[in-house]
Write a new protein. Structure first.
Length: 87
């Protein structure tokens, strides 16, 4: 199993999309300053993920989620998460 996931920076207006086999460990990595592309935006919060059967499927989905249209989708998901946690 592989996961495609989206994180949001708690401090800045930034969304990060990635893939991994171990979602919990990967999130800890992002928040421990060990990932060069995300370390300056800590802390990160997981707000979206999908479970896929193969690395190829996950990679293709990751590419789609990094497109402009998908970023709009992720922003809407994030807004829904924020609304549901407030209310």
């Amino acid at each position: 199993m592989y996961y495609v996931y989206a994180l949001v920076s708690a401090n800045r207006d930034r969304i990060y999309v990635g893939l991994t086999k171990d979602l919990n460990s990967r999130l800890k990595e992002h928040n421990s300053w060990r990932t060069r592309s995300t370390k300056y935006y800590n802390p990160w919060l997981l707000f979206y993920f999908e479970k896929l059967d193969s690395r190829l499927e996950a990679r293709l989905r990751e590419i789609k989620l990094k497109s402009e249209a998908a970023k709009e989708f992720l922003k809407k998901v994030l807004e829904e998460c924020a609304r549901s946690s407030i209310g």
